[in-house]
Design a protein around this ligand. Structure first.
Ligand code: PMV
Length: 363
């Protein structure tokens, strides 16, 4: 399965150069939680690609002398022009994982300049947008060395490589709806890369809004790797994976029919199930904060009183993603400003909506 991503021809020599990509974050409707092997998901997930929360990465590459090709990789990472040695172990691990598929990474020194459209201390994980942007930059370099590949194959390999950096990153290359994990109801789906969902989708979902309420802007309490590993011997794991597969079938029906009540019930159940898994693992964690619960309760009351179809989802943290159709944007933003912002750190939230994936911005 992974064979197809190993280059069959030798690379054409490429001198010093620079490539640049911007790539968005994504928010899972059906959550990926639990992995095996080399970053393979224990269940299928499906996400909305976002538009405004994104990482921009500029990658400079310079050939290195043959005698320096042994040992560790040669690279430096900068976030907003500031050198970030703390990012280096993760990038080194990523380069080690991808070397069999992009062997040229051994032959170059890389300078990685990255910046996020959202504040770094927002509690929004930049791993999906960051790893997908970096994967695309590397793929673009490979494309120049091995021309002739189709755009479809280019994007497939970019997603495959992004996954090796951070699982959910493989769903950020395309949009607005991307699945990851093999599922009978998703033709062409794979555990190795994300696949753009091309089935029937009601128009309401093509412009869906996601306002991200920044409840806890600190560093993640539990890294996703630790979290995924907690599913290895989790009492409820097998049922959870089965449930996620059933939820995919239900979500596909909902996407087709545009049944917003069913959408809200499913998406909230998924979010709470993810947190329930964390609360019932050993060791256990509560990642929601008091403000997370206050927000959830207020959303439920508002929905009941106004019949506005607004719901929430959560990542593995305390921030709340408020999801709603574009048609209700003005009303929901007023509700957020008047009633929910007070539960956010410094009253902060980020307005986003579905998007179409990463873009090359190489000059
Ligand atoms: O990509 P990772 O390893 O950071 O895992 C992300 C997991 C969740 O965000 C909680 C769910 C998902 O599917 O994105």
């Amino acid at each position: 399965m992974t064979e197809e991503f190993i280059p069959k021809k030798s690379y054409r020599n490429t001198p010093t150069g620079e490539v640049s990509y911007e790539s968005p974050s994504n928010i899972a409707l059906i959550k990926y939680w639990g992995k095996y092997g080399e970053q393979l998901p224990k269940n299928t997930s499906l996400s909305f690609t976002l538009n405004n929360c994104k990482t921009t990465t500029r990658l400079q590459y310079t050939p290195i002398k043959p005698e320096t090709k042994v040992g560790s990789f040669h690279f430096e990472v900068f976030l907003d022009k500031e050198r970030k040695p703390t990012f280096e172990p993760k990038i080194a691990q990523f380069l080690t994982r991808i070397e069999p598929y992009l062997p040229f990474v051994r032959d170059y020194k890389f300078v990685i300049h990255t910046s996020n459209s959202f504040p770094h201390s927002s509690g929004i994980a930049s791993s999906a947008s960051g790893m997908s942007a970096l994967a695309l930059c590397l793929l673009k370099i490979e494309q120049d060395m091995l021309p002739g590949r189709s755009q479809e194959d280019f994007l497939k390999k970019a997603s495959f490589i992004a996954r090796l950096g951070s699982g959910s990153a493989c769903r950020s290359i395309a949009g607005p709806l991307v699945s990851w994990g093999k599922h009978d109801a998703l033709p062409g789906s794979s555990a190795y890369y994300g696949t753009l969902y091309t089935g029937a989708v009601n128009a309401v979902f093509s412009t869906f809004q996601d306002t991200i309420l920044l409840v806890d802007t600190g560093k993640k309490e539990v890294s996703s790797s630790v979290g995924h590993n907690l599913m290895n011997d989790h009492t409820y794991a097998e049922n959870r994976f089965k449930q996620a597969d059933t939820h995919i079938n239900q979500l596909l029906d909902i996407l087709r029919t545009g049944d917003l009540d069913a959408f809200m019930a499913l998406v909230e159940q998924e979010a709470l199930t993810l947190h329930a898994m964390m609360m019932t693992s050993r060791p256990y964690f509560i990642l929601m904060k008091e403000n997370t619960l206050s927000i959830i309760n207020k959303i439920w009351i508002y929905r009941k009183n106004t019949c506005v179809p607004v719901c929430f989802t959560l990542d593995a943290g305390a921030n709340v993603h408020v999801l709603y159709p574009e048609k209700y944007k003005e009303k929901v933003l007023k509700f957020i400003k008047n009633e929910l912002a007070m539960h956010c750190q410094d009253g902060k939230y980020i307005c986003d909506h579905t998007g179409y994936g990463a873009k090359s911005i190489t000059k």
